[in-house]
Design a protein around this ligand. Structure first.
Ligand SMILES: CC(C)(COP(=O)(O)OP(=O)(O)OC[C@H]1O[C@@H](n2cnc3c(N)ncnc32)[C@H](O)[C@@H]1OP(=O)(O)O)[C@@H](O)C(=O)NCCC(=O)NCCS
Length: 202
């Protein structure tokens, strides 16, 4: 998998691009997380407090290790117009064997939400997951109250399969999660539309 995501590879969408973070981006990553601490709190594992640039350097180094072990892929999300780091997209919980599946995680700067940027970003990563990594199924867990996240998945054709009860301890309590999935056949059925929309970039 490290061959699919070499350092410096850029995945381009119409208004965003994605690439692995390097340690030199730890400061920008730290500022972004600090600024979005409250925005992320209801939906994601708590951002550690305090959070130093040194912590982020370690986190980025850990991301590189997990990629080498083919366990997860962490990509920084950048705005194309000025190259600013604006969020993250990850393929996590990657299972090979008889599964060939991965979970999707994502978040964007609160100030830039609602403009369709995450849909473009996730589409680009979904394409690499099926076309290059050879995965068979992608999934995402989303709290019932998180409509924006559900919309991202619905716009990409993910199917809501059911409710996982009290699946994650987030924001001080056990949260239910809707379980969404997209199969590789469903991706390939939509691929041409995504090309027309410019979502598959270069
Ligand atoms: C979820 C998240 C990544 C979406 O990113 P985004 O760039 O805003 O996504 P998009 O703009 O591509 O799509 C969002 C959709 O939700 C819709 N939406 C926004 N607020 C909504 C609401 N309160 N109710 C219903 N729909 C809503 C938008 O209108 C848009 O749909 P549309 O294109 O059909 O109009 C962003 O909200 C975020 O980072 N949230 C905090 C972290 C998080 O929840 N991560 C996901 C955990 S599962």
């Amino acid at each position: 998998m490290a061959a699919i995501f070499p350092m410096g590879r850029i995945l381009r969408g119409p208004r965003v691009f994605l690439r692995r973070l390097d340690r030199g981006q730890a400061e920008a990553y730290q500022r972004l997380l600090e600024r979005n601490r409250l925005w992320l709190q209801p939906w994601m594992p708590e951002v550690p407090h305090p959070l130093t640039v040194a912590d982020l350097r370690k986190i980025i180094a850990g991301e590189h290790q997990e990629l080498k072990r083919a366990q997860r892929v962490d990509l920084g999300l950048f705005r194309a117009q000025d190259g600013q780091l604006i969020g993250k997209v990850a393929l996590h919980s990657i299972q090979w064997g008889v599964s060939f599946s991965a979970g999707l995680g994502y978040w964007i700067d609160a100030d830039l939400a609602g403009a369709g940027l995450m849909t473009e970003a996730v589409a680009r990563v979904v394409a690499v997951a099926f076309e290059e990594m050879g995965l068979h199924r992608l999934w995402a867990g989303v709290q019932p109250a998180n409509r924006p996240s559900q919309r991202v998945l619905e716009k990409l054709g993910f199917v809501r399969e059911g409710l996982h009860r009290q699946e994650l301890f987030i924001n001080g309590r056990w949260q239910d999660q809707y379980f969404f999935t997209l199969l590789e056949t469903e991706f390939y059925a939509r691929r041409a539309q995504w090309v027309v929309k410019g979502w598959l970039g270069d």
